[in-house]
Design a protein. Structure first.
Length: 156
């Protein structure tokens, strides 16, 4: 379905900057999601993320696929729900390690600025399963761009 003509932007209160996950307004979130879907922004975000993943030098989709196959072949998991839970947990764990290493000054290629190496990940050959930083940055960029098109912050 092609995007329709832009409608009136969703009005977002300035106080939203102080919201936490427990104080989010579900109606506001629903309104934003509906406008993003209706105006074709969700496929744009999805396509941008998929392109960023496929062009990343880390070959992340293949790394995740290989990790899942290793888990299945080793007998560590037996069902699809177990597999999904384990892979997502492993991605989350490696992402935490990668974020901490980045804070300590390690580069994304696994070498610290002082010449040492960062902790190995859970992927094949010790590769990190963390989503590549460039993909995250691109996802944030395109999502912000789309949100700016459909939201208007009151009082700004």
């Amino acid at each position: 379905m092609p995007p329709s003509e832009p409608t009136t932007p969703v009005r977002v209160p300035k106080s939203i900057t102080t919201y936490t996950p427990t104080t989010q307004d579900p109606d506001l979130r629903s309104s934003i999601n509906m406008v993003l879907l209706r105006e074709g922004h969700v496929p744009k975000i999805s396509e941008t993320l998929l392109h960023a993943l496929n062009t990343s030098s880390t070959n992340w989709p293949t790394l995740i696929q290989n990790h899942a196959l290793t888990l299945l072949r080793s007998g560590d998991v037996h069902t699809f729900p177990e597999l999904m839970t384990r892979v997502l947990d492993d991605i989350r764990a490696d992402s935490i390690v990668a974020r901490k290493a980045e804070e300590k000054g390690a580069s994304t290629n696994g070498e610290k600025k002082d010449g040492g190496t960062k902790e190995k990940g859970r992927g094949g050959n010790g590769e990190s399963l963390a989503l590549p930083k460039g993909v995250v940055d691109e996802g944030v960029r395109i999502t912000r761009e789309c949100l700016e098109l459909v939201c208007e912050v009151d009082g700004v």
